[in-house]
Design a protein around this ligand. Structure first.
Ligand code: DGL
Length: 285
């Protein structure tokens, strides 16, 4: 890894976290717990969520806009707290900065590879994430002997947003999605979408008890901590860090949905007009 020349100024800058919406708050939550002194800017693109059903070109454009906006704040590191953007636009983010960039795929893949005993790993995610093949490629790059199975679960995101994690309909749908994977004798399941940790108990009730469920949010936070430590960029100020949440829209049920991911309602939330982000596009009209 190329080392970044640290300056005290750089170390006191916030970390920028972004997601297509509010699901990335599951990642924010772990980062806040593990990195108490860090200032954080979280951007949820709530006006344009979901990304999981959009084209690669659009996902890459939205990711470009958000990354350039965050770099302008400025931030000292970027966490892509969205599996869809991590799958399809990690190279875009890396091409825009030399600062540390943490994605949600690699830490989860490493955890899954470490966890599997029988070499049968499965991943579930949005349609865009699964069709990108990003998880399959990364698992096989780490260990080519592992067999990886995958399933797109496009109905999970709206079910979580509706607060239906305990609803019988969610059980039925989850069975439909997971049964083909269970038949492959999986022993490890990667939750390849920021919304899915909310569904952990329903997934557990369907999967055989020996299956390890990999929720990468904790290990993503640890990866960020390691990257900041490596680059000597941990905030040296020993006081609780500040939070600033940007959303591109206040959707209906904003309070209920954000509380579901965060455990409480976020404070310091500001609306970021989508026109502001559009100005950061590199796409030729
Ligand atoms: N945040 C997205 C992900 O982790 C899920 C929601 C969406 O489709 O945008 O893939």
């Amino acid at each position: 890894m190329k080392k970044i020349s640290p300056t005290t100024d750089l170390a006191t800058l916030p970390v920028g976290i972004f997601d297509s919406g509010l699901g990335g708050l599951t990642v924010y939550r772990q980062i806040r717990t593990q990195l108490l002194s860090e200032n954080i800017i979280y951007l949820g693109d709530t006006a344009r969520v979901p990304y999981g059903s959009k084209s690669t070109e659009t996902i890459r454009d939205f990711t470009t806009q958000i990354t350039r906006f965050l770099l302008d704040q400025p931030v000292k590191a970027i966490v892509i707290a969205c599996n869809t953007a991590s799958s399809l636009a990690l190279d875009v983010v890396r091409s825009l900065t030399d600062l540390p960039v943490v994605n949600v795929i690699d830490p989860g893949v490493q955890e899954a590879v470490n966890a599997t005993q029988n070499g049968h790993v499965a991943v579930i995610g949005t349609t865009a994430t699964i069709e990108s093949g990003a998880y399959t490629a990364r698992v096989q790059a780490v260990n080519p002997d592992i067999q990886i199975f995958s399933a797109a679960c496009p109905l999970f995101v709206p079910l979580v947003e509706e607060g239906w994690e305990d609803h019988p309909v969610t059980q039925l749908i989850a069975r439909e999605y997971l049964n083909p994977l269970v038949q492959q004798n999986l022993d490890t399941l990667i939750l390849g979408c920021t919304h899915y940790p909310i569904l952990k108990s329903v997934l557990k009730s369907i999967l055989p008890s020996h299956v390890t469920i990999v929720d990468s949010s904790r290990v993503v936070a640890r990866t960020l901590k390691e990257a900041l430590t490596f680059h000597n960029m941990l905030n040296p100020l020993e006081k609780p860090g500040t939070d600033l949440f940007y959303v591109t829209d206040f959707p209906r049920k904003f309070k209920a949905i954000s509380s579901r991911f965060l455990g409480h309602e976020p404070s310091c939330v500001q609306k970021l007009p989508i026109e502001t982000l559009n100005r950061y596009s590199l796409r030729k009209e």
